[in-house]
Design a binder for this molecule. Sequence first.
Ligand code: NAP
Length: 535
Amino acid sequence: MPHVITQACCADASCVHACPVNCIHPTPDEHDFGTADMLYIDPVSCVDCGACVGACPVGAIVPHTELAPEQEDFLRINAELTGDTRPPRPQARVATLVRLGPTRTTLRVAVVGAGPAALYAADALLRQDGVQVTVFDRLPVPHGLARHGVAPDHVATRAVADLFTAIENEPGFDYRLGVDVGRDVTADELAAHHHAVIYATGAGTDKPLPIPGTDLTGSTSATEVVAWYNGHPDHVDAHVPLDHERAVIVGNGNVALDVARILVTDPEQFADTSIAPHALAALRTSAVREVVVLGRRGPQHAAFTLPELVGLAARSDINLRVDAPDGIDVDSATDTQTRLKLEYLADLAARPAPVPGEDRRRIVLRFQTSPVEVVGTDRAEGLRVVRTRIDDDDPDARGTRTVPVPNTEEVLEAGLVLSSVGYRGVPVPGVPFDPDSATIPSSEGRVLDAPGGSEVPGHYVVGWIKRGPRGFIGSNKTCARETVNSLLADANAGTLPSPRPASEFDALLRGRRPGLIDGAAWRRARPRKEGAAAV
Ligand code: NAP
């Protein structure tokens, strides 16, 4: 009875560490770890001990006899992905944490940002004796995108909050919530009062969509809608018009799929979830019947991941359609993950057209279609789009630059046009920033004064602001271990700066932000069952 990894896989690889027989891949030190859509269990090597089940923070691992009907295909998917790795890989060399040597003073580390990368970094630090971690966030609530980015119907993923609660309870952990580093306190002041500062500020804005008309009412970003339905304090008043039967989303990553799914799901299914009440009320009166998700390239380049596609395809209440103008060439796949994705898409494309009177709401995954202009006078009334083909004459670095096909423009009528073309990091005043990659330049988690430049002593970086907006919540665990290992090695080498007294800093901070929420206040205020809470 093998165990099976299912849709919610967060790639934090705790299961890899727990598995006694190395049957879970890719491991963090295997070359395909960073590009895998999910981890998988070799059904032949699995000894059915269940150690991975207890280790997984999001309940993604299930004995195969207990798979729900919509999860059953993951048994085949785990087995097929394993095919890539037979014969069995050698025993994984999972990176271990550097041990902090004996110190006379407590190592005081500030972490800026309270999302998954920050908490995984805090956890790695607090495994050492003699470390205190203070996590700062400008919002009055922690957990970043794990709170304000995960769709409310992804209940298993939201359960990662329970892991974060456990980290918050570790001795040596503290919060300073409601403190904006760069505004309430400068980066220099923070650095002067800690041995080390780790920046974990994520990617706080969207990449712009460079077409005319995006400033029209009804044209916004998918991430704004995500923040709106998740109750992000800065986005509760977002204007999300749902009065037209069609919405269009540009870009086909997992964010686009999340938003499309939320817009076409019967809102009563969210009644007992973490969804914000204002969003639930708006969805209850929504006129949206169809969401068109546009990919500028072909199906083989779809940005959404295999588990998310499998989960959506299993939804009997959603009419999922695929529109691929040049067809779907399953044989073009060069790896199992892409082949499985293309097989799913081909299967969906071959589904019969809906019968008249079909009342399920639709998601259309439309490929080879680029946005040209948001059209409308007072508000968005549609999106002008054009068919594309891959330009073989002028390839970009990926070899997949698209060019428009002449005379194929059309307007997709819609009342809501969302751009979902990726997140982008924002600079923290006083901290190095590379505008090209929208990240803090770094080497093995050590901040550099410029890309390829010199190290800034005592400054570290983790998460999306270190490696760009890619990967899953759990990907931050591996990323955090690398950064923390660099910090601990520097502490052992004696190269961290000596900080000014902690009491001095606390007085300064509380003087400027008397309403800040510290760890004790957060522990009193947080909902008892974080994973299910709308905060
Ligand atoms: P993403 O995966 O990077 O997808 C961005 C999409 O935008 C791609 O389809 C890209 O097409 C397209 N795009 C970029 N510039 C464009 C332009 N100028 N015109 C048209 N299309 C354009 O971004 P994301 O969806 O924001 O996700 C970010 C990360 O979060 C991903 O790693 C994702 O897996 C993760 N995430 C995971 C989950 C989950 O596991 N459920 C949920 C949400 C987010 P090209 O490929 O052609 O550039």
